[in-house]
Design a protein around this ligand. Structure first.
Ligand code: GLU
Length: 469
């Protein structure tokens, strides 16, 4: 019987969950689903100085948000690397016992000195045949064989490494603790991993890890190293420079469907002429061998436009529910008693067509939940700068006193005043928008004006007219 494919995602909990990590996780998840295989989540928490339980929780929450569901039958874990420390040491001892590794007592200063003297960089294998046993301060090094190591990579093809360029690398530090290279392989072996799909930055580790796999008596997994994500300047996304935290995008109101779809278009494209497609289609079509080798640009503008598309496509009830965290509770910019869910439900279809991020929803509707809006000074100055602005707004106000107070009638009033002054509706409504909403952008204007009602609207126009530019 064919072996069940076992993929894994092995993040280190050392910071916010990176969008690049999210993409790698999605790749592994999709591949596990496609093959009716397993997705193992392993938290690589062995770097005590950088780990924090908060980051582990962040990973679990972000995966759940992305639909990588720990209750699904394809999901195994989370497993914690720190729980396997004894296995890592045991494997190192085995490698030593069989001669695949040896102890060395050189300090890093000694190594540097020897490198300087010989003119060759790195560790020169000084202790290979000195027959040292374990001891305080001694590191265990892997005895790299002569020849070449070929890594079969599903994204990059066959990648050959000349072993003479790989020094005898460390497996156990001087204090006996295992390094990443070893712990990572031992866990993969123990957890029966068949496919290692991870970030490209680990490609240089692959030949070393493949040697460890073989030395431990196992066939290496299928490798796939996926290209990095870069920013506008084509620099690798970095948490110091760029917005990389999945949590942050979620907080801003990126929908998980939009994020998933967008991440999957980085370096890969679904069949057909649109990139905005259901996750089921992606799951059916995704294929590692068609992932592009070059770095992929993480374009926030494009992510926002995907999000806007997904928002527009939502049934309005679902949109209203999705907005709730920004409308009620701690994130809402108004007092709870000023908010009216019925009023929001009425205007929601209009907001839905205009908004890119759910966090922007309150600022599009806050004028409905206050007595008078706070007028944005810059918007006011700009809208009221033309000499016709106040005069036409006075005409509009006067007509609003008696016209029917419906969106169509209100619009007709503004259009008529515009025609009289040879001004288009877009221009004409700018001062009115600022007067009524306090801002220069927002949802289509006449429906909310009708909702506000005549008295409140006239009051707002008068307040704006009395304000000095
Ligand atoms: N813990 C490693 C990292 O977060 C992952 C290594 C791997 O996927 O093999 O970069």
């Amino acid at each position: 019987m064919a072996q069940t494919p076992r993929y894994r995602f092995a993040p280190s909990p050392t910071g916010y969950f990176h969008v690049g990590g999210a993409r790698t996780a999605l790749y592994n998840w999709i591949l596990a689903l496609q093959s009716n295989g397993v997705f193992v989540l392993r938290i690589e928490d062995t770097d005590d100085s950088r780990n924090n339980p908060q980051w582990t929780q962040g990973i679990l929450d972000a995966l759940a948000w992305l639909g990588i569901d720990n209750k699904d039958s394809h999901f195994e874990g989370p497993f914690f690397q720190s729980a396997n420390a004894a296995l890592h040491v045991e494997a190192a001892e085995k490698l030593f016992a069989q001669g695949a590794a040896y102890y060395c007592d050189l300090s890093s200063e000694d190594i540097q000195k020897r490198a300087k003297e010989s003119g060759k960089q790195g560790y020169d294998g000084y202790s290979r045949d000195r027959g040292l046993g374990p001891g305080e301060g001694r590191v265990l090094r892997f005895r790299v064989p002569e020849g070449a190591t070929i890594v079969q990579d599903q994204v990059r093809g066959s990648v050959e490494f000349d072993n003479s360029t790989i020094e005898d690398f460390v497996l156990l530090r001087g204090n006996g603790s295992p390094v990443f290279l070893l712990a990572n392989v031992v866990d993969d072996v123990t957890q029966g991993i068949t496919h290692v799909v991870r970030a490209e930055e680990h490609l240089p580790n692959a030949p070393k890890q493949q040697m460890i796999w073989r030395a431990l008596g196992h066939e290496p997994p299928v490798w796939a190293h996926v290209p990095v994500l870069v920013n506008e300047q084509r620099k690798k996304l970095s948490k110091r420079r760029d917005k990389v935290a999945v949590e942050q995008y979620r907080e801003e109101g990126i929908l998980s469907v939009a994020m998933k779809n967008y991440l999957m278009t980085l370096g890969w494209a679904p069949i057909g002429d649109t990139e905005i497609v259901p996750f089921e289609k992606i799951t059916a079509e995704f294929d590692l061998s068609s992932v592009n080798h070059s770095p992929a640009f993480f374009d926030i503008v494009k992510l926002h436009s995907f999000n806007a598309d997904y928002i527009r496509a939502m049934p309005v009830d679902e949109f209203i529910r999705a907005c709730e965290p920004w409308l009620v509770g701690a994130k809402a910019p108004w007092q709870a008693q000023d908010y009216d869910a019925k009023v929001f439900a009425e205007i929601a279809p209009l907001v839905q067509t205009r908004v890119q991020l759910l966090q922007d929803v309150p600022s599009m509707v806050d004028f409905l939940f206050c007595d008078l809006p706070t007028i944005d000074d810059a918007a006011f100055t700009k809208a009221f700068a033309p000499e016709w602005a106040s005069a036409t707004l006075i005409e509009i106000r006067d007509a609003f006193k008696t016209c029917e107070f419906t969106p169509d009638a209100l619009k007709a009033v503004v259009e008529a005043v515009g025609e009289k002054h040879s001004l288009k509706l877009g221009k004409m409504q700018a001062p009115l928008r600022v007067a009524v909403t306090g801002r220069s952008v927002g949802p289509p204007l006449f429906e909310p004006i009708a909702m506000l009602g005549r008295d409140a609207t006239l009051k707002r126009i008068d307040v704006a007219l009395a304000k000095k530019v």
